[in-house]
Design a protein around this ligand. Structure first.
Ligand SMILES: *Cc1c(COP(=O)(O)O)cnc(C)c1O
Length: 396
């Protein structure tokens, strides 16, 4: 079957909620993937910031195979070794207190929202609390996560969603202050906005949120689903700012490609929020995915992945800045570490993305006009050079 036939067959049975790229991908190796016709693509999308270790990183596949041979699933009714290891390593990397593993990012957000509501409920003895969320944010597609996602287009068809959410402007502390009420129990933000267009939080904003939350006993929820796990040159982007959240959400790169997320509570939230019976999941954090999480942390430590991101970031940034200088259609670069965006003007960003695909480079967009670069964290200089050379030919 050729690719066109494969695509047609896919459309016959798979609900069309994605306008997919016209390519059928078959396998990956290192920082590249191959389509079913054998064509090679340099991967600067990484399965949307998931494949932090690229494809077939030494030791990763074997760890999964070993776990498959022991136990894939057993339910959260029983203790097991992989979740013990994964939990220990996640708590250690974050310096936070307690983790709950989920199947996805959106479920991590659901859990974080429930934890914040339960914290306020336990304190006040009643429900009815509100959440402050950011315009242009993205937190997922389930009803609760959608309720705090600052994109009306995603939300509108599904209204009424969860009530009690007030939207404010990201990086604008005054707009947050204007919306805080006696009922506010949490403020949720991405440390670096991803889908919205790659906007890092300013230090002033994040530190300001922390201070506001401390003053008013409001919980700060930082969504690290895209920007966490080493992407910005720290395990978690908030560590760059020295601002610890009360609740953090993780997913995407956490399991190196297997579906797993987590919400992690700091001491305060852990001590007084979700208790036995308040939350659960059948699959969440099962032995197979936790073996992956545990192995990802081991590899990060052994091979200094986070340090590598930090070391190579200046080279990535200066290489992209050359494109900003050279091409009128590239208005600006924004980002942190290996989470970078190029603002494209005068032509649709999709045109650049599609041309790149034809020329053997996977990149994706963010927001309305941003070309997003979220490569595997293991890229080297030569991958950056190749990416820049292909992009240059697409922009010319
Ligand atoms: C991808 C993403 C989510 C949703 O994660 P899913 O695993 O797709 O449910 C939530 N927040 C942010 C910041 C994301 O990038």
């Amino acid at each position: 079957m050729n690719m066109k036939e494969q695509m047609e067959q896919s459309e016959q049975s798979i609900l069309h909620t994605y306008n997919r790229f016209p390519v059928v991908l078959e396998r990956g190796e290192g920082c590249c993937v191959y389509d079913s016709q054998g064509k090679k693509y340099l991967d600067f999308a990484a399965g949307i910031a998931v494949n932090a270790l690229g494809y077939h990183y030494p030791g990763f596949d074997q760890a999964l195979k070993d776990q498959i041979d022991k136990l894939i699933h057993i339910s959260n009714l029983y203790y097991n070794e992989p979740i013990i290891e994964a939990g220990k390593k996640l708590v250690q990397a974050s310096g936070m207190a307690k983790a709950f593993f989920t199947n996805s990012g959106t479920e991590a957000i659901e859990g974080a929202l429930k934890a914040a509501k339960k914290y306020a409920y336990a304190r006040d003895g009643h429900a009815g609390h509100e959440i402050i969320a950011m315009n242009h944010s993205f937190h997922g597609r389930s009803v609760g996560a959608l309720s705090v996602t600052g994109n009306a287009h995603y939300r509108e068809p599904f209204e009424p969603l969860m009530g009690g959410v007030r939207f404010v402007d990201f990086n604008d502390l005054e707009s947050v202050k204007a919306q805080i009420t006696e009922k506010t129990c949490a403020i949720i933000a991405e440390t670096v906005q991803g889908e919205g267009g790659i906007y890092p939080a300013s230090l002033e904003f994040l530190a300001g949120l922390r201070a506001l939350c401390d003053e008013r006993d409001i919980l700060l929820i930082l969504d690290e689903i895209q920007c966490g796990m080493g992407r910005t040159g720290e395990y978690f982007a908030w560590q760059r700012y020295g601002v610890m959240p009360d609740i953090m959400t993780c997913a995407k790169a956490l399991g190196g490609g297997v579906p797993v997320g987590a919400f992690v509570l700091g001491e305060k939230a852990a001590a007084s929020s979700l208790a036995a019976g308040d939350h659960g999941t059948t699959y969440g954090g099962n032995p197979l995915v936790c073996a992956a999480v545990s192995c990802v942390f081991d590899i990060f430590e052994r091979d200094h992945i986070v340090e590598h991101v930090r070391e190579l970031t200046p080279y990535l940034e200066s290489s992209l800045d050359v494109l900003v200088e050279k091409y009128d259609c590239v208005a600006a670069r924004r980002g942190a570490g290996f989470m970078q965006g190029l603002v494209i003007q005068g032509r649709p960003v999709s045109e650049v993305v599609n041309r790149a695909l034809e020329k053997g480079l996977l990149v994706i967009s963010a927001g309305t006009d941003v070309l997003r670069l979220v490569p595997p964290l293991i890229i080297r200089r030569e991958h950056i050079d190749e990416m820049v050379s292909i992009l240059a030919s697409c922009l010319a």
